[in-house]
Design a protein around this ligand. Structure first.
Ligand code: COA
Ligand code: NAD
Length: 632
């Protein structure tokens, strides 16, 4: 029996690989052993190669050397999977002869999300198990499959529920009893059906969004070609060469940086040892508008019961109807079943009465952005909820410290700055007021994790991290270039060419030009900014040109169509503003556009670090990659 026990996630570093190698050789030599079981202790099967080794240098034995004696073993070798068998973990399982899994297990090769390709035989063994076309799909998407999907695809032999070591032993004994032979994956033939130009183009097109600006897919295709065209050993050598080459790419280094940055962001500096985050069993959300509805959905999606509080029945009914409508759209698109919609709706209880929040662990306030109103709402809910509960505000521009002063628990008040749509966007800025405790921040991070979001802590100041960099950096420069006479479509195209998900003018129209104006009005009460500061947007708002929702903003829209079209009303308006603000019209190159929209992020980012608004530089990267469309 080979049991890996390397907390927290059984990442296969050099020590683990040496252990597998030694025990596989011992099992082969041991005449009393009739079969070999590979399983793991703790919360998961091997979850991958140790990614930190990619940055520090890979120790010996190499993965392929450790897996060779397993696959060559003359006795049946069984892998028993639980948790997440990913990357090197799943490659270990594929080097075994038989595979069983817990019903909750998930498995796959997510390497492409790190800019690399598998290097422990994954690209050679996977096509031997599922065929080259299906392997291509798994490798390009990087999406792990469930145990049920794996069984259907022929990746595993059986699903068995129970302790993974016990189910594994029972399965191995059954194999021995029926005299099952060793079954090395490498000896199977590759089914190449569908792995042709048309099939490859189709798979690339399906994953085009995630692969925009990327190169790893080319390495994946070359490695699979080797699996199809060459004998196993030669294909494996090609994989090694390609896999090592991917590690050298800028894209791998960036993606691995972001992987660790996201996990680092969850750490609260100075959190006393032993302090545990509060467990969230029930939540309340106040305000059933755009944000409150989305936040309630995010909670229900994670199985947390939510009390949704409104001021008036009419607004409550409207809010709940909107939530139902959003879920129904997702169900229609096949994202979940009608039963799942019903389950989620059943978790959301609408009310007009704060007393219904008497047993919640957290409240998230999302009423209008108005200091006096928010203070009143917070003071009232403070009196209705249990003493242990955390009180959060979704404010995007008001002082959290001042909001907290309206309650008797300022140390338990925190900002949870969700992004719209709140049930979709991954970023959650966690705002610490002057009195917010470390323990409350730890709870806020636990909430982010529960909602499958990435939480980043920011100090309470002008625009926190993301909006500060956006307003003072990227978007401010965008507005100045509009005044200089550059059309919005050129500005957007240039930064999209750089890799940003969407140009600022399209984002502005999508979110609502007035939303930015309102945020700025509040923020500018806290600090002043040099002119011209967003004068184009702030001239459009009072004209009711609010973007997609009114059919006209920076761009123009046709009814029922979200395609941005050039707006003939914009140039005269911009020309007038340029004159008023003394901005000269000039020619601006695409290169200059990119520099003027990307470099300010570095400058403002440095200021933010200097001022202690962010704990660490990598937190700023996480904010921009997970919330503002900066290419990972
Ligand atoms: N190598 C090195 N460290 C790893 C790791 C890996 N493959 N996978 C996870 N870790 C570390 C994390 O950095 C984190 O460390 P920290 O606590 O010091 O911050 C810790 O293990 C727990 O990871 P976390 O992601 O917080 O746990 P989780 O339970 O939410 O998720 C996984 C577990 C395995 C699903 C997730 O970590 C993951 O997707 N890992 C990468 C898997 C992968 O891509 N493997 C292929 C690599 S070849
Ligand atoms: P919204 O106008 O859509 O919703 C606000 C809701 O609060 C309305 O349904 C209103 O009826 C309700 N409400 C008002 N007073 C109330 C009271 N006393 N008790 C209970 N409910 C009350 O606004 P929104 O866009 O959802 O914004 C809500 C908050 O989220 C604001 O603080 C805003 O700054 C912040 N925010 C908004 C966005 C965004 O993109 N819209 C993004 C991040 C944060």
């Amino acid at each position: 029996m080979i049991v890996v026990d390397r907390p927290p996630v059984n990442a296969a570093d050099g020590t683990v690989r040496a252990g597998i190698l030694e025990l596989a050789e011992r099992a082969q030599a041991d005449d009393s052993a009739r079969a070999v079981l590979v399983a793991c202790a703790g919360r998961t099967f091997i979850s991958g190669a140790d990614i930190s080794e990619f940055q520090t240098g890979v120790q010996k034995p190499l993965f392929n050397d450790a897996l060779e004696p397993l696959e060559s073993c003359t006795k049946p070798v069984v892998a028993s999977l639980h948790g997440t068998a990913l990357g090197g973990g799943f490659e270990t399982a594929m080097a075994c002869h038989y595979r069983i899994a817990q019903p909750s297990a998930r498995m796959g090769l997510p390497e492409i999300t790190l800019g690399i390709i598998p290097g422990a035989g994954g690209t050679q063994r996977l096509p031997r198990l599922v065929g080259a076309r299906a392997a291509l799909e798994m490798l390009l998407s990087g999406r792990p499959v469930t145990a049920a999907e794996a069984l259907e695809e022929g990746l595993i032999d059986e699903i068995a529920e129970g302790d993974p070591i016990e189910t594994g032993l029972a399965y191995a004994k059954r194999l021995v009893a029926k005299g099952a032979p060793p079954r090395p994956t490498r000896e199977r033939a590759v089914d190449a059906a569908g792995f042709d130009d048309a099939g490859i183009a189709e798979a690339l097109a399906k994953n085009a969004r995630a692969l925009r600006g990327r190169t790893t897919q080319e390495y994946v295709i070359k490695a699979l070609r080797a699996a199809v065209d060459l004998p196993f050993a030669e294909g494996l050598a090609v994989e090694t060469e390609l896999s090592n080459a991917t590690l050298e790419t800028t894209e791998a280094q960036a993606l691995i940086h972001v992987f660790f940055a996201e996990r680092e962001a969850a750490k609260i500096p100075g959190l006393p040892a032993g302090v545990k985050p509060l467990e969230i069993n029930k939540a309340a959300v106040i305000g059933a508008g755009t944000m409150g509805g989305g936040i309630a959905m995010a909670l229900a999606d994670s199985g947390v019961p939510v009390v949704l509080i409104e001021a008036e029945q009419e607004f409550l009914d409207r809010g709940i109807a909107k939530i139902k409508e959003n879920y129904d759209v997702s169900a229609k698109r096949g994202r979940f079943t009608p039963e799942a919609v019903a389950e989620r709706m059943a978790l959301i209880e609408g009310t007009l009465d704060n007393a219904d929040a008497a047993d919640v662990d957290v409240v998230i306030e999302a009423v209008f952005e108005d200091m006096d109103l928010k203070k009143r709402v917070l003071a009232a809910i403070d009196a209705a909820i249990p003493p242990h509960a955390v009180l959060a505000s979704n404010t995007s521009s008001l002082s959290l410290t001042e909001l907290a002063s309206a309650t008797k628990r300022p140390e338990k008040v925190v900002g949870l700055h969700f992004f719209s749509p709140a049930n979709v966007m991954r970023l959650l800025e966690i705002v610490r007021g002057e009195k917010t405790s470390q323990e409350t921040l730890a709870t806020a991070q636990a909430i982010a994790k529960k909602l499958r979001k990435v939480g980043v802590v920011a100090a309470d100041g002008f625009g926190f991290i993301g909006n500060r960099m956006m307003l003072d950096g990227q978007w401010r420069e965008n507005e100045v270039m509009l005044l200089e006479g550059v059309p919005p479509e050129r500005l957007d195209a240039a930064v999209e060419g750089f890799g940003m998900a969407m140009g600022p003018n399209k984002v502005n129209d999508m979110g609502g030009v007035d939303i930015g104006t309102k945020v700025r009005i509040e923020l500018l009460k806290r600090e002043k900014r040099a002119h011209p500061y967003h004068v184009v947007s702030d001239a459009l708002t009072p004209l009711g040109r609010l973007g997609q929702k009114t059919g006209q903003g920076i761009y123009r829209y046709e009814k029922g169509d979200r395609t941005p079209r050039p707006n003939p009303d914009l140039p005269p308006l911009v020309a007038k503003l340029a004159e008023v603000h003394g901005v000269a019209r000039r020619e601006v190159s695409d290169e200059e556009i990119v520099e003027r929209m990307i470099l300010p992020l570095i400058n403002i980012g440095a200021q933010i670090l200097d001022e202690g608004v962010a704990y660490r530089a990598s937190d700023i990267d996480v904010v921009w990659t997970s919330g503002y469309g900066f290419p990972r």
